[in-house]
Design a protein around this ligand. Structure first.
Ligand SMILES: [Cu+2]
Length: 138
């Protein structure tokens, strides 16, 4: 009986330690993602059923996100209708795009190429077609 109690207590203490370690690590990662950072370029991202629109600081509007490799880009996400989700799969980045709210996401692409941007929140019948490209120039 003593041995069973010991195993039971060790399991509870072990689970608590694991919970605290994973919680602390997750908190640090989340804090880093959410923190304001200096950016080389700020792009306003407008989501609507069923397209993405990118507005650059000079007022240029495009259906494609064009950045330079090594640049830290600040994306200010806004929705004109329903909740969408900006998903850059190759970078492991996803952020909800909520009407009436500006959510911010930072990305620093290092490798030139074309990366897919998708909506990751079901937003209506054309949800599947809500895609765009992020073109990273050398
Ligand atoms: Cu959508």
């Amino acid at each position: 009986m003593e041995r069973v109690k010991l195993v039971e207590n060790a399991t509870i203490v072990g689970a608590l330690i694991l919970f605290v370690v994973i919680g602390f690590w997750s908190w640090n990662v989340l804090n880093d993602l959410e923190a304001n950072k200096p950016a080389d370029l700020t792009v306003k991202v407008v989501a609507r059923q069923f397209a993405w629109q990118f507005v650059y600081p000079d007022g240029t509007v495009s259906g494609e996100l064009r950045v330079k490799a090594g640049q830290t880009v600040r994306l200010e996400l806004n929705s004109e209708d329903v909740i969408h989700s900006f998903y850059l799969r190759d970078f492991g980045l996803k952020k909800d795009v909520v009407p009436g709210r500006t959510n911010v996401l930072y990305v620093t692409p290092l490798e030139p190429g074309t990366y897919l941007i998708q909506c990751a929140e079901f937003c209506g019948q054309g949800h599947y077609s809500m895609r765009a490209n992020m073109v990273v120039e050398p």
